[in-house]
Design a protein. Structure first.
Length: 259
């Protein structure tokens, strides 16, 4: 699956009437949404509403769960990712995910970054060195770590580990960054630094973040969607979602009446 740099006037991801079931339980119900390129889109809603399930649709990680089935369409740059002939390795290379807790490999900092490029065919040492430098610069870690590349990645702080995990995606040239509660394990200072990094990265990447932190969604996102019980209740400009919601359910959630 080849994903180009894209047309900023067109949706990067188009979701049409998407439904998803875990066995007999319907987790997503007729989702329709457009995710635009090079902005941050936040998905908010109470626990169990389907936010993370929707996020995992975009790189088909739900396929790893037994009994999952879907209907509807998900298009990335007009290519249906549900087609049986889609190369899932290529898809997951281009649509990368950052999880709640940083998950660096039990390897050196250097080996964490080059792990993906090696799998995808980059073996030249000078090429790998350049990838490591550029990836760490992209997440503002190069100056901190350039003399420590042989150190274990597990020795880093939580914030540094999360930045490293983002750098791993950049190293394999991911086009879309999915972030599932990326700051939930971080303190407020580290959270602010990751948010600052996300604002910088959105100039080059499509970022979709799932967050329980409504203040975070309001701070960093350009567009937002509110989910409840598997349905996308409202989707639009973040400012409108938080100040002029059109649905009473959205208003009740953001004003703290439930959730």
């Amino acid at each position: 699956m080849a994903i180009s740099e894209g047309n900023l006037d067109k949706p990067k991801i188009q979701v049409d009437n998407l439904c998803l079931w875990y066995g007999s339980f319907q987790a997503l119900k007729s989702i329709n949404a457009c995710f635009r390129d090079r902005i941050i889109t936040a998905i908010i809603g109470p626990s169990g509403c389907g936010k993370s399930t929707l996020l995992r649709v975009f790189n088909r990680m739900n396929d790893l769960v037994e009994g999952v089935r879907t209907s509807g369409k998900v298009l990335i740059e007009d290519i249906s990712i549900s087609d049986n002939n889609i190369d899932l390795v290529s898809l997951r290379k281009k649509v990368g995910m950052v999880f709640q807790r940083p998950n660096p490999f039990p390897l050196s900092i250097y080996e964490n970054i080059v792990f993906g490029p090696r799998i995808h065919g980059s073996m030249n040492k000078s090429e790998l060195d350049e990838i490591v430098e550029e990836s760490l610069k992209s997440v503002l870690l190069w100056d901190e770590l350039k003399s420590k590349l042989d150190n274990p990645a597990l020795s880093l702080s939580l914030e540094q580990k999360q930045r490293l995990c983002i750098a791993r995606l950049i190293a394999v040239k991911s086009d879309i960054l999915l972030m599932d509660e990326p700051c939930s394990a971080l303190d407020p200072y580290a959270t602010a630094r990751i948010e600052e990094l996300m604002r910088e990265l959105k100039n080059r990447y499509t970022i979709i973040i799932v967050t329980h932190n409504m203040q975070q969604a309001a701070r960093i996102s350009d567009e937002a969607g509110f989910m409840l019980l598997g349905e996308l209740i409202e989707f639009g400009a973040t400012e409108n979602i938080f100040t002029r919601p059109t649905n009473k359910l959205t208003e009740d959630y953001i004003t703290g009446r439930y959730g």
